[in-house]
Ligand binder design. Structure first.
Ligand code: TEU
Ligand code: CA
Length: 560
């Protein structure tokens, strides 16, 4: 099994530029702000920084609607600011991974405004246009943010497809000229010196040959486009072509975001020898929370069952071992913060449960991603009212399920938003106890979580028992203990619904990871804990081998 690639030992730190550090007082994070915080990221020990999209964008979907792939969003700064950030990162031995959104662009992108003008210009076929069917939309497909995926344009007497917002038209990857334009753009950034790419919903780019109606779910008028278009017939062909045209000859780190990908899909897209991507973000472990009303999709207020989580992560660990490579994540800009979702964010248990979750993730085989603030044990926002939210996915869902369809009451939906909204991850980074947590000297674009007075980087970096210090140790272990990268994976006690324990083995070397998911003391015995087991990390100093205190996590190394 190939485990000697630099990105297999690397840890990626995800920066959501809008919420990381504002440098000019407009309440919006920006590139000079990130540059001013590179030493903090270096101090954590991360190797790579993933920047969410920084390109020119109208900001309908916070930058995932790109109007100019070759220019920087003026809200974040200039191309010179980017070049300064890149140079400063490289000076510190930090790599920069760009977020590329090429399943769709903004409807304000020149490619689209030209395409919409007529059926016979050089851009006409850069997008997916279809004639009306009986005077209506071509089919019953419904988008990720609600509503039909089809929008009618008078100037062409046709509909265009948008899997996400109406301002995010899908690009037509069947068109070799469009594909070449994408590769040329990616090479522009490679030539600038970027070190890799995160590819947004990249497994949606190959659309099915049939555009027939799909099966609407649970009384909804539309069929879920995500289920219909994911992992299409030419995906592998496109990714191999992208590899030849962009990745080959460079030592880049590449990760595809692949909603609803299976282990089999990932073996192809992230195969060690398939010449496509290094790894993918699977979504299975992020969709396990109890779901009382499936017709509401992701919206729920239920906990996850530990046995389900164990089963899912185990499937991916064993499924890809030796043939492909996992990403490892609990958090990102689309997911609620994990300490509030799978841990316990009360004052008593927030830090130990954050450390427990981190131990569990960072002991697995794959490349870990740390989302800004996760290393501080930052919590979800716990917003109380609809006007607190800005994310179009959340607002669309509220109005659709509460107002349009009366499927849930406002109060119930606000409970679901409080648990699952993407805004939970997007409240500003909490730097210190000064006004607005030191994020901005102005009014922040999204309100700062009031718990910044106790949860902030200044406090954490001065406290060697902090979650930050714990993440530093975990990252150091990944850089120094080979079995974490090379070992296979074996789940212990699959049916245990309180403790997650697994064993990593590489020849004579074993690593045992144990995580108590409950606020109750548990007693367990592990044969693998031979004498000579060396504790690498743990929530508590003293080590009562068979006793697991509330949210206790530990990692042991056994070297014969
Ligand atoms: O998200 C892809 C995706 O599947 C979304 O539906 C996301 O998982 C969902 O909002 C979670 O509830 C990517 C980006 O990460 C997201 O920020 C963008 O909004 C989306 O693509 C469109 O570009
Ligand atoms: Ca700013």
């Amino acid at each position: 099994t190939v485990t000697n690639q630099w990105w297999q030992k690397a840890v990626v730190y995800q920066v959501y530029p809008r919420s990381f550090q504002d440098s000019n007082g407009d309440g919006i994070g920006d590139l000079p702000g990130i540059t001013s915080r590179l030493d903090y990221i270096k101090q954590l020990g991360a190797d790579v920084i993933w920047l969410n999209p920084i390109y020119r964008s109208p900001g309908v979907d916070n930058g995932y609607d790109i109007s100019d792939y070759y220019d920087i969003n003026p809200e974040f700064g200039t191309m010179a600011d980017f070049e300064t950030l890149l140079a400063n990162a490289h000076q510190r031995g930090l790599k920069i991974m760009m977020d590329i959104v090429v399943n769709h662009s903004s409807n304000q992108n020149k490619w689209f405004t030209e395409s919409a003008k007529s059926k016979d210009n050089p851009y006409s076929d850069y997008y997916i246009w279809r004639d009306p069917v009986d005077g209506h939309a071509p089919n019953n497909w419904g988008g990720f943010f609600g509503g039909s995926v089809w929008e009618y344009v008078e100037s062409r007497q046709q509909y265009y497809m948008h899997s996400f917002a109406v301002e995010q038209p899908d690009l037509n990857w069947e068109n070799p000229k469009l594909r070449q334009a994408v590769y040329d753009m990616m090479n522009f950034w490679v030539d600038k010196g970027v070190d890799g790419f995160r590819l947004d919903v990249i497994n949606l780019i190959s659309k099915p040959t049939s555009f027939a109606d799909g099966q609407p779910n649970n009384g909804e008028p539309f069929a879920d486009v995500g289920d219909i278009i994911a992992n299409g017939p030419r995906l592998s062909e496109y990714l191999q072509e992208m590899h030849q045209q962009v990745f080959a000859g460079h030592d880049l780190i590449t990760v595809g975001e692949t909603p609803s990908a299976t282990v089999a899909d990932a073996k192809q897209s992230a195969g060690l020898t398939t010449n496509e991507l290094n790894m993918v973000f699977e979504f299975e472990h992020m969709g396990l929370d109890g779901n009382p009303a499936p017709e509401l999709g992701k919206w729920n207020d239920q906990p996850v069952k530990l046995v389900d989580l164990k089963q899912s992560l185990t499937k991916w660990q064993t499924g890809l071992h030796g043939s492909a490579w996992n990403s490892l994540y609990w958090n990102n800009h689309d997911q609620p913060r994990i300490v509030s979702r799978f841990g316990n964010d009360t004052a008593k248990y927030r830090e130990v449960s954050a450390k427990m979750l981190a131990t569990l993730l960072h002991g697995l085989q794959g490349t870990p991603y740390v989302y800004e603030g996760e290393e501080l044990g930052m919590t979800s926002a716990h917003f109380k009212q609809l006007s607190d939210y800005q994310d179009l996915e959340s607002l669309n869902a509220y109005h659709h399920f509460v107002d349009d369809e009366q499927r849930v009451t406002a109060d119930t939906m606000l409970t679901y938003l409080a648990k699952m909204s993407r805004d939970n991850a997007r409240t500003p980074m909490q730097w210190n106890t000064s006004a607005q947590a030191g994020f901005t000297t102005g009014q922040p674009w999204l309100q700062v979580n009031p718990n910044y007075t106790t949860i902030n980087a200044a406090q954490a970096t001065a406290d060697n028992a902090s979650t930050f210090a714990y993440y530093q140790q975990l990252i150091k272990l990944r850089h120094t203990v080979p079995v974490i990268t090379t070992g296979d994976y074996q789940l212990l006690d699959a049916d245990d619904d309180a403790v997650y324990a697994y064993l990593r083995t590489d020849g004579p070397t074993k690593l045992l990871v144990i995580a108590n998911f409950t606020d109750q003391t548990q007693t367990r015995h592990y044969d693998a804990l031979a004498d000579g087991a060396k504790r690498l990390i743990g929530n508590y100093e003293d080590d009562a081998a068979d006793t697991l205190r509330p949210y206790e996590a530990k990692m042991y190394l056994m070297e014969k």
